[in-house]
Ligand binder design. Structure first.
Ligand code: BT5
Length: 334
């Protein structure tokens, strides 16, 4: 980072920390170590970048509006969380936010650290599938968590994440989200979001969990990669409106923190109920694909620990932890 940029970052941070209150030119000049005239020049530069700044004579400055582009500062401004997103690492372009997240977690990145990018060149899904993450079109984000739960409960956090995403999307007009087991978000039977959970753990202790969330926001149908055009969608396609990715991220983080805190207090049961309220094809017949079999059976919901409750071909109840589900006239086959 060059000197100009770091001065500007310090300035934004000081103003952002001050919220709605004014901070005097003198105080800014003392903290950053540049002249009051230089502060004034920097303010003019910020305005060119889309910041709206109010300057009150003899009182000081405050920011009244942050630009819509993503940065650690714009995301933190107005983010009303206690622990989630206190550290936000933003990059314009990355291979995968998961890769950056693993590195940050290995280097001690705290619980609640967020990694977010405008674009991923090597975005990943489960089982090494690729995840298309075009520049400025979606939410491409990873969360580092260090929860005090048993490693075999980690999958519950993936289901929790799906319910948080569904809750956030449900608030948007003409968007009716469903969760396809275990954790794809569908709108009108097309995939709008996916979740990838990775974990570093010993037998009975989690070092960290990295939850990766990919949400299609502002793609038009033509913007979607041809591999996924028939089976994917975006919020813009569904709602007809372009949406602010920055606002969506903030809404997601606020809802995630509340849901996580509740989970730590009350356990999985409230999440299970919420998940089932969004569950796709619950009570209907689905096709189940495991690594060796493929059969049809009714989908009864999820168990207390997040497994898929269904039946064997012979009609005996079973719980499955890893499988893919499909439905008839399903266009989503891999
Ligand atoms: C997922 O995998 O759905 C998990 C996706 C997680 C992506 C996030 S973005 C931030 C973080 N950093 C990463 O590198 N990853 C995470 P899975 O259930 O395996 O689904 C993958 C399949 O979804 C692909 O094989 C495609 O068929 C389809 N797909 C790929 N890109 C898509 C997109 N943008 N929208 C909808 N479907 C897509």
């Amino acid at each position: 980072m060059d000197k100009m940029e770091s001065t500007r970052d310090q300035l934004i941070q000081l103003l952002a920390e001050n919220g709605d209150a004014y901070i005097s030119g003198q105080a800014l000049s003392d903290s950053i170590g540049i002249s009051r005239n230089a502060i004034w020049k920097q303010m003019k530069e910020l305005e060119k970048d889309g910041y709206q700044i109010e300057a009150k004579p003899r009182v000081g400055y405050r920011i009244t509006e942050f630009p819509d582009k993503l940065s650690s500062n714009t995301l933190k401004w107005g983010l009303d969380t206690a622990w989630l997103g206190k550290t936000i690492l933003h990059h314009p372009t990355v291979d995968s936010t998961q890769a950056i997240g693993h590195q940050a977690a290995r280097e001690g990145g705290p619980h609640g650290t967020i990694i977010v990018a405008d674009e991923q060149t090597g975005g990943r899904g489960r089982m090494n599938r690729s995840w298309h993450s075009a520049k400025g079109k979606g939410m491409w984000l990873s969360i580092i968590l260090r929860p005090k739960i048993l490693p075999n409960h980690a999958a519950q956090l993936t289901l929790l994440t799906a319910t948080v995403l569904a809750d956030v999307l449900d608030k948007y007009d003409s968007v009716k989200p469903f969760i396809k087991w275990p954790n794809d978000i569908l709108i009108n039977e097309k995939k709008a979001a996916g979740i990838l959970t990775e974990m570093q753990a010993e037998q009975d202790q989690i070092q960290y969990i990295l939850i990766g969330i990919g949400l299609n926001v502002n793609q038009t149908r033509d913007d979607l990669h041809e591999d996924i055009q028939s089976k994917a969608t975006s919020l813009r396609i569904e709602s007809g409106n372009e949406l602010s990715i920055k606002n969506l991220i903030q809404e997601l983080l606020i809802a995630f923190e509340a849901s996580f805190d509740k989970y730590m207090e009350q356990g999985f049961l409230p999440i299970k109920k919420k998940w089932e309220s969004y569950g796709f094809k619950i009570g209907e017949e689905i096709a189940i694909k495991t690594f060796k079999d493929y059969w049809r059976a009714p989908f009864h919901g999820i168990s207390e620990d997040g497994a898929l409750c269904t039946e064997t071909e012979e009609g005996k109840p079973i719980s499955l932890y890893s499988a893919e589900i499909e439905w008839f006239n399903d266009t989503n086959r891999e």
